[in-house]
Structure formats: structure tokens, C-alpha cells
Design a protein around this ligand. Structure first.
Ligand code: 5AD
Ligand code: SF4
Length: 469
């Protein structure tokens, strides 16, 4: 799983939604930590609350309800939440002093992992709600207003997606021309470092009809690019419209038929679940972008075994060969952990070797962080922090060099770019390359939602500059 790699997603979601016309609208402030799935979940929670009369605000002091949608993947995540809760508690007291309420809720993976402990340590918290129960938010809030403190972290037997309201079309349009769509949740792989199987539960795939309907609604609201999300997205499977069992490859073909949807992506994948059908989709489906996030974590077979990844470095490289044979211009991205218990210098060098052989267009790398309750935490031979630091630095320098070389290699070439939003600087717009790089163009190059042909003129730190081809 590697959804959680996107650390830049600590966002405050602010979006307006239909408020009850009569009563003054209640306001909710949502803060999102962690991965893209949390970003998606925050939107769905906002939608559920909109149906309950809440509008979103990005001013926390104005909020009648503050929701932290938390992440538990690595170190100190829970501690960060507790210190944030301390700040919010003070704001709650200030509002109470002028006779106004501020409810505090903790959602997401820390909520799931810590449960009632959160209210014990932070008594100002009114509700704790896990990732599989947030469709019950309106009901939970009603009980909270009745004076109860609620911890709702049991896995619901009902399907939350069946119970979540759809956002209004106007709201969807405001969210832009790219969107996330969760198709799969949870994980049965039990990598020994990873907390996800415990916080998100076992693997569940959403049904085809639900996914197609949601993608159609997104397309109808002007979305041009959809990223399918799952902790193990390529393990997605379901009964198709032809009553046959579909895998992710077949689903991608079906979604590509939806008018308006020009680009498809999916994240995150496990090497063991890259099947022939999915590789064929990379070959035969132009809408499927030539970019694949396929984490390997380590280049050492010994460590891969200890991590319970259930493949070798050679298996991974052979798989990449098949994928590259199917789609020559595919760019690879990955996740790495340095300093897993027992990792020797030789193991680490094997990781450096593998990175050298693969040549990544982008990657995320982390120091191993023991997660309570996972097998890795109890393994012997933990690696000293200083060694982890040094290894991480070396690995990141290599990965950064590869990423920059990948950008430089594009200078002078002509590529498609989806225009996403106005640029930070006046006169510019920002688009996305097929390989996920931001592409800066002149604002007159096209309208938001257009896919334009551009020539790359130079690279920025993490972006490309381009002119109309
Ligand atoms: N320590 C460090 N990194 C971790 N990841 C997951 N669990 C841990 C952990 N305990 C990384 C993996 C995964 C990504 C989402 O986060 O690289 O792919
Ligand atoms: Fe990914 Fe492994 Fe964690 Fe599952 S257990 S989410 S495959 S890292």
C-alpha cells in the first residue's frame, strides 16, 4: 500500500455546499492527513455533512464541528493528532465562553487504531469515527448533541458507499477536472511493517455498477481524469456487467468508455497482483496513463522475505520488463523503507542496486517506523536511527537524481497536458503531464479541462515548463 506516500496532502478542505435555507448553516472544518484515500474520504464526509445542513469552512475558529481525518502509517502520527487536539480544545473553550458550541471529531486511521483512548486522553473530543463507519456521521452527531460521547469504530456490516449521499453537481464541478474514486479498500497482504490491514480492515472491492455510476457522475460534472484508489487497487475484482468476473484491467476498459473521461490512473498496486489483463490494459488502452506506482520497499531478498512481501527482487525486475514491453513510455514510481529490522549494509546496497537498475521517475522513501501491533515492531535487530538517517539520505539523493533526469529527458519533446487550474503566478495555468508532473503553460494556452499538445522548454524543481506545440 502506498496511498499514504503523498505527504503533501495535509489540506484543509473548504467547499461550500447546500445549506438549509432557513436556519443559519452550521459549519464544518475538515483537516486531512495522509493519503489520497483520506482526501477522498474527507470529501465524502463533507458530502454526508452537507446533507445534514453543514457547509464547509476553512476558518477553524468559525467551525461548529472540527473533524480531523487522521493517518496512522508512520511515526508520531498519533502524537501529532493529540497535540493538534490540544490547540483545538483551547478554541473550543473560547467559543464556549461566548456561548457557541464547537464539536470535535477524530476520524480516519488513528481513530480506528486508538478508539476510546482518544477521548480518554483528550476529553474535549466528542466523537471518534473509523474509516468504515463515517456514513453514520449524521446519526452520530445527533447522539452527540444529545450529550453522549461516541466511539464508532466497529466495522459496519452495511456498505458505507450505499449509504453516503452524492455531492451536488455544482459542488462536484467546483472540485475540479481531476478526481479520486475509491474502488477497493483494506488489505489482506500483512506486510510485517504495515498497520493498514489493522486500520482499514480486510480487502473489499466496490461493485462494478457503483463504480461506473460514480465515474459517470464525475464525468458529467466535467472531470477529465479519474484516479482509482485502493490500498491494493490491483487486487480489485468484481462481477461485471456480463456476469463474468472482472479484474482491474477489465474495469479500466469499461471506465474508458464513459464520454468525457480522457485519462485514467490507479494507485496503489502490489507487485503480486499485476496480472496479464492489467498489463494488457497498459498496452491497449490509450486513456490509461503511462505511469505506474509499484512499490518494492527493498532490493534485498532477505529483507523482502522478512517484510512478507512474497516476491524477490528478481521477480520485481522481471515484472517491470513485461510491463515495459507492453508500454514503452511507462514511467515507474515506488516506495522504499530503509532500516527495516535486521537490514545490513549489504541489504541496503541491494536496494541501491535495484533503484539503479529500475530508474524511477519518482519515488517515496521512508525510515522504518515500528508500528505497535505489527510483527516488524517485535523483530530483533532494530537499526539505529543514525544509520537509518544516513541510508535514507543516500537513497533519496539517488532517487532525486533519477527524477530530475527523467524531467530533463522530456525537454524538447511534445506531450499532452491536461490543464487543471490557474497558476500561482499571474498569466500562467498549471496542467499535468501523463507522468503526473505539473506543467506550467501560458494561461492562454487553453481552458481548464482541455488536453493540449505542448512542447517542453525547461524543467523546474518538480515541474515542467511548456509552450503550445
Ligand atoms: N515505516 C516506514 N514506512 C512505512 N510504510 C508503511 N508502513 C511503514 C512503516 N511502518 C511506507 C511503505 C508504504 C508507504 C505507504 O509507506 O513504503 O508503501
Ligand atoms: Fe500495502 Fe503491504 Fe500495507 Fe497491504 S500490508 S497496505 S500491501 S504495505
Amino acid at each position: 500500500m502506498d496511498l499514504n506516500t503523498i505527504e503533501r496532502n495535509e489540506t484543509d478542505s473548504a467547499s461550500q455546499s447546500a445549506a438549509a435555507a432557513s436556519a443559519p448553516a452550521k459549519k464544518v472544518f475538515v483537516k486531512t492527513y495522509g493519503c489520497q484515500m483520506n482526501v477522498y474520504d474527507s470529501q465524502r464526509m463533507t458530502d454526508a455533512l452537507a446533507a445534514d445542513g453543514y457547509t464547509a469552512t476553512d476558518v477553524i475558529a468559525d467551525a461548529d464541528l472540527v473533524l480531523l481525518n487522521t493517518c496512522h502509517i508512520r511515526e508520531k502520527a498519533a502524537e501529532k493528532v493529540y497535540s493538534e487536539l490540544g490547540r483545538i480544545r483551547d478554541m473550543k473553550a473560547e467559543r464556549a465562553a461566548v456561548g457557541r458550541e464547537m464539536l470535535i471529531g477524530v476520524a480516519g486511521c488513528v481513530a480506528q487504531a486508538e478508539g476510546p483512548e482518544i477521548i480518554r486522553r483528550s476529553p474535549a473530543v466528542d466523537l471518534v469515527i473509523g474509516p468504515q463507519t463515517y456514513h453514520r456521521l449524521p446519526d452520530v452527531l445527533a447522539r452527540v448533541r444529545g450529550g453522549e460521547k461516541i466511539v464508532e469504530t466497529e466495522y459496519a456490516i452495511e456498505d458505507k458507499f450505499e449509504h453516503l449521499p452524492q455531492p451536488k453537481r455544482a459542488e462536484m464541478i467546483k472540485r475540479g477536472v481531476t478526481a479520486f474514486l475509491t474502488v477497493q479498500e483494506g488489505c489482506d497482504k500483512f506486510c510485517t511493517f504495515c498497520v493498514v490491514p489493522y486500520t482499514r480492515g480486510s480487502e473489499v472491492s466496490r461493485p462494478v455498477a457503483q463504480i461506473v455510476a460514480e465515474a459517470e457522475r464525475l464525468a458529467d460534472a466535467g472531470v477529465r481524469e479519474v484516479t482509482l484508489l485502493g490500498q491494493n487497487v490491483n487486487a480489485w475484482h468484481g462481477k461485471g456487467e456480463d456476469s463474468m468476473e472482472w479484474g482491474l484491467g477489465r474495469l479500466l476498459f469499461r471506465l474508458a468508455e464513459i464520454p468525457g473521461l480522457a485519462r485514467l490512473r490507479y494507485t496503489t498496486s502490489h507487485p503480486r497482483d499485476m496480472n496479464d489483463e492489467l498489463i494488457a490494459a497498459h498496452r491497449d488502452l490509450p486513456a490509461l496513463m503511462p505511469y505506474l506506482h509499484l512499490p518494492v520497499q527493498s532490493g534485498s531478498d532477505r529483507i523482502l522475505k522478512a517484510m512478507n512481501r512474497r516476491h524477490t527482487a528478481k521477480d520485481y525486475l522481471a515484472l517491470l520488463e513485461r510491463i515495459r514491453a507492453a508500454r514503452g513510455d511507462i514511467a515507474l514510481s515506488g516506495d522504499f523503507i530503509v532500516g527495516f529490522p535486521g537490514e545490513t549494509d549489504a541489504d541496503f546496497e541491494a536496494t541501491m542496486d535495484l533503484v539503479g537498475q529500475v530508474n524511477y521517475a519518482s519515488a517515496f522513501s521512508f525510515k522504518y517506523s515500528p508500528r505497535p501491533g505489527t510483527p516488524g515492531a517485535d523483530m530483533p535487530d532494530h537499526v539505529p536511527e543514525a544509520v537509518k538517517d544516513e541510508r535514507l539520505q543516500r537513497l533519496q539523493a539517488l532517487l532525486l537524481k533519477q527524477q530530475q533526469d527523467f524531467g530533463l529527458g522530456l525537454v524538447g519533446s511534445t506531450i499532452d497536458t491536461l490543464i487543471e487550474k490557474p497558476g500561482r503566478q499571474a498569466g500562467q495555468k498549471v496542467g499535468r503531464s501523463p507522468w503526473l508532473q505539473p506543467v506550467i503553460v501560458d494561461e492562454k494556452a487553453g481552458e481548464i479541462g482541455d488536453i493540449i499538445r505542448v512542447r517542453i522548454t525547461k524543467t523546474g524543481y518538480n515541474s515542467l515548463f511548456a509552450e503550445l506545440a
